[in-house]
Design a protein around this ligand. Structure first.
Ligand code: G3H
Ligand code: 13P
Ligand code: ZN
Length: 322
């Protein structure tokens, strides 16, 4: 089937108590690892491209890689989504250039300005059959060139969501309930330590999610910054020359719970990067004589595939829903 929008996917996910995985793609091996897992697990999927990904790989290459995945995986619905669109022009360029979904992220702007920019994108997108994700609230962490310090993050204010959605006409809403971008989601000071000395992050604010859902019944909610930062990959990186102390993510049980509620899209990028980097570091450590990129990218792609399979089956609950 051709690329689809997320409209039907979100309706089914909302009613079925699961979420769609939105995975960031930057190169062929990542696209292949994700979509091979989704095809085998019969899971719908959102492949998302950031401004940084477009700068790195080029818009056309990424679109064509995703179109190749559509050809190779005809039985699963695939959305091509712009992640964190910074302005109208970037969104327009993706809408004109084959994307079926865009995010306009004006969450750092004042409320009225966020509404104005989002509404302009929605008008253009809807005229072209494309859906729009918007954001209210600010996550900590790094996305593209924007770095938000942990103390500067702010939870979504539920009392603002109805006005925002009705005035903008957006199709889904990303909210801030304590997730954070990157592999260092929380400072050690924000966490407690369990008996094994492992950092335990503060729990997500489900009270905020529930209040938002009460005000927007049936409306799809999105969680960014939802990597779990698997400690097996952090250890693999650290034991093969890397240095990632205190990298910590969102516990998977909490993401599973969010998926049972109104969260229909869960964004995962850092976990893919950790799997790829850990695998390649280990490969070079064990095979210092090797230099063929196919030899180290092959196990990296395989580990991305297994990581995505685990997310689909055990976290998102979307396996078998294609
Ligand atoms: O939220 C941001 C995504 O992880 C994309 O990251 O801007 O480094 O491509 P990037
Ligand atoms: P992570 O850094 O937690 O993977 O979040 C990715 C994301 O939100 C992409 O928009
Ligand atoms: Zn994000």
């Amino acid at each position: 089937m051709p690329l689809v929008t997320s409209t039907e996917m979100f309706k089914k996910a909302y009613d079925g108590g699961y979420a769609i995985g939105a995975f960031n793609v930057n190169n062929m091996e990542i696209v292949q690892g994700i979509t091979e897992a989704c095809r085998e697990e019969k899971a719908p999927v959102i492949l998302q491209v950031s401004k940084g990904a477009r700068a790195y790989a080029n818009h056309t290459y990424l679109v064509k890689l995703v179109e190749a995945a559509v050809i190779e995986c005809p039985e699963i619905p695939i959305v091509l989504h712009l992640d964190h669109g910074p302005d109208f022009e970037t969104c327009k360029s993706c809408i004109d250039g084959g994307f079926t979904s865009v995010m306009i992220d004006a969450s750092s702007k004042p409320f009225a300005e966020n509404i104005e920019i989002t509404r302009k994108v929605v008008e253009y997108a809807h005229d072209h059959g494309v859906v729009v994700e918007a954001e209210l609230g600010t996550l900590a962490g790094i996305e593209d060139e924007v770095k938000v310090e942990h103390g500067a993050a702010s939870y979504t204010r539920p009392e603002e969501v109805e006005e925002f959605v009705s005035k903008t006409g957006c199709d889904s809403l990303a909210i801030a309930i304590g997730t954070s971008h990157g592999a260092y989601k929380f400072t050690a000071a924000q966490c407690t330590r369990n008996e094994k000395g492992v950092l335990v992050p503060p729990p997500l604010r489900f009270d905020v999610l529930e209040e938002v859902s009460k005000r927007l019944p049936g409306f799809p909610i999105v969680l960014h910054g939802s990597s779990s930062v698997p400690q097996e990959y952090v250890k693999m990186i650290n034991s093969h020359g890397g240095k990632m102390p205190d990298a910590v993510g969102i516990p998977e049980e909490q993401l599973r719970h969010a998926a049972e509620l109104s969260v229909c899209k869960i964004n995962i990028d850092s976990d893919l990067r950790l799997a790829m980097t850990g695998t390649i570091r280990q490969f070079f450590d064990e095979h210092p004589d090797k230099f063929d990129p196919r030899e180290y990218l092959k196990p990296a792609r395989a580990n991305i595939k297994e990581l995505v399979r685990h997310k689909l089956v055990d976290v998102l609950g979307c396996a078998g829903k294609a």
